[in-house]
Design a protein around this ligand. Structure first.
Ligand code: FAD
Ligand code: ZN
Length: 465
């Protein structure tokens, strides 16, 4: 009955054949597979509202899905087969680009890369940038409050959103698509839905900030002997380059080794191996020469202060691209090496070196030979602190220790007043872990909000709270 009703809603497509629904029922990493009554693909906000109303009447759980690139199982239904997966893919129009207001208004199913291109076409920058940008959607980016490589300068998805249009669990449409930088007219409803991972409503459109396009971008890879000098380098770069500093990415020697081992066309630009590396980008509003001068001066000062051991400055866009490739291929190289235990953590930037040193030592003591593949957005205090099995230990045996490894790393994070999920969210993967680390007061507040907005508990149940 529900399916018949869904089929009658406008032009929305309803998929039920196993071959059609399969791609929507397993997450990107292949860690979670669920079942669903159907996958529904509406093309308008009105259709989304009608689908949600119908599901509410039938008490059918709704699992919103964008590009299905999430890393915590948030867009995958459970095994009951009761859910309706609501794919926003077809809701993908760019509604308006306003270069003067510095905004772009897009529908939730727009792919991030297409939004970047639409802004660029109007001479503007939409700065959200992550490796999954060719598939991830704006609705998913906002629902996970995605981060990526330019947060240091432009903020994460939350800071880039001015307004939202949301279909509430009741089926009502909240039109909060305001392109305002200032609006103090009550509670901030917009921010409730950002980072909610589809548990409070369906985001159908967003009004996003755009920025002037930089005139020049320059990139350097710095080699360091330890983690601690990276903090000195960050402070130096911030004071020398100010807002021109748009990326400060970090990776260890192990990461670079994995990339060159699994991608034979990749090689280190340095003659010898170093302990750590920082990839730094400046985006300049004067010109190439000014940008190159800034970067050269920064490298010289860093060498003088012995913060870095060596530096490679890209001399062309192609060289810059090649340096970025080394950073971007780390995740894929680690997957090719074998399954691994991922942590997406943040700690105060000032604590990063101590966190890494102490946690590396603890894990090595508990699990001798364990390999830490540590990389991430050091400028934001965010590390992908991933752990691979020792070379001589079978993966299954190593994975038996997963709960103990989570506990060790997350206890350390807590000791350093950090977060167990800096940018990927909670989904189903970290739901119980999150409840273990958050205070009762905080969990109760979140559950109270959930109950108020979604009294029937139909929006992505079993995720986050
Ligand atoms: P999905 O995976 O489809 O959904 C994610 C969550 O949002 C789910 O809970 C889903 O129910 C909910 N949702 C989706 N659309 C809506 C909507 N319209 N309304 C309400 N809820 C919705 N993340 C980062 O933050 N930084 C990175 O650097 C980064 N790099 C990545 C690199 C790779 C190779 C991969 C595979 C992933 C990476 N991610 C990163 C994770 C992922 O890309 C982000 O979480 C992204 O924002 C998810 O977008 P999506 O459209 O694929 O969402
Ligand atoms: Zn990341």
């Amino acid at each position: 009955m529900l399916l018949q009703r869904l089929r009658n809603i406008g032009a929305s497509q309803v998929l039920t054949a196993p071959a059609d629904t399969a791609p929507y029922l397993t997450d990107w990493r292949g860690r979670f597979t669920g079942r669903a009554q159907a996958v529904v693909l509406p093309a308008t906000t009105g259709e989304v509202a009608a689908i949600v109303s119908a599901c509410a009447e039938h008490r059918a759980p709704i699992v919103p899905q964008g590009g299905n690139t999430g890393l915590v199982g948030g867009a995958t239904p459970d095994a009951s087969g009761d859910a309706i997966v609501l794919s926003l893919k077809r809701l993908n129009r760019v509604r308006e680009v306003d270069a003067i207001n510095g905004t772009i208004t897009v529908e939730a199913g727009c792919v991030l890369y297409d939004v970047q291109q639409a802004a660029h076409g109007a001479g503007r920058l939409f700065p959200l940038s992550l490796a999954a940008e060719g598939s991830a959607t704006i609705g998913g980016n906002l629902s996970t409050n995605a981060g990526g490589t330019q947060v240091l300068r432009y903020g994460n998805a939350r800071e880039l959103a001015l307004g939202l249009e949301v279909v509430l669990p009741s089926g009502e449409i909240w039109c909060g698509l305001r392109g305002l930088r200032k609006d103090n007219t009550g509670y901030d409803l917009r921010d409730l839905f950002i980072g909610a991972e589809g548990t409070l409503g369906v985001i159908t459109a967003a009004c996003l900030k755009t920025f002037p396009l930089p005139r020049a971008q320059v990139t350097a890879l710095f080699a360091l002997d330890a983690v601690a000098p990276a903090l000195g380098l960050l402070a130096l770069a911030q004071s020398a380059a100010g807002p021109t500093l748009t990326a400060f990415e970090f990776f260890s020697a192990t990461c670079l080794q994995l990339v060159t081992r699994h991608f034979l066309d990749q090689r280190s630009p340095f003659e010898r191996a170093h302990a750590q590396y920082v990839l730094l980008q400046l985006s300049d509003h004067e010109d190439e020469q000014h940008a190159a001068g800034l970067l050269q001066a920064l490298a010289e000062q860093a060498l003088d202060k012995r913060l870095i051991a060596d530096a490679v400055i890209a001399q062309s866009a192609a060289q810059s691209h090649a340096l970025w490739k080394l950073r971007e291929l780390i995740s894929e190289a680690q997957s090719r090496e074998g399954k691994n235990i991922k942590h997406d953590i943040s700690v105060p930037i000032s604590s990063i070196a101590r966190f890494i040193d102490e946690t590396d030592a603890l894990l090595s003591q508990l699990f001798p030979g364990v390999r830490m593949v540590t990389f991430g957005h050091l400028g934001d205090g965010n590390l992908h602190y991933n752990v691979s099995a020792p070379l001589d230990v079978a993966e299954e045996r190593f994975f038996a220790h997963q709960p103990a490894i989570y506990e060790c790393v997350h206890d350390q994070v807590t000791r350093f007043s950090g977060s167990i999920s800096a940018e990927h969210g909670i989904g189903q993967l970290k739901r119980d872990e999150n409840a273990r680390y958050k205070s009762v007061v905080e969990m109760n507040l979140m559950r109270a909000i959930k109950r108020t907005l979604d009294p029937l508990n139909i929006m992505n149940p079993g995720k986050v709270v």
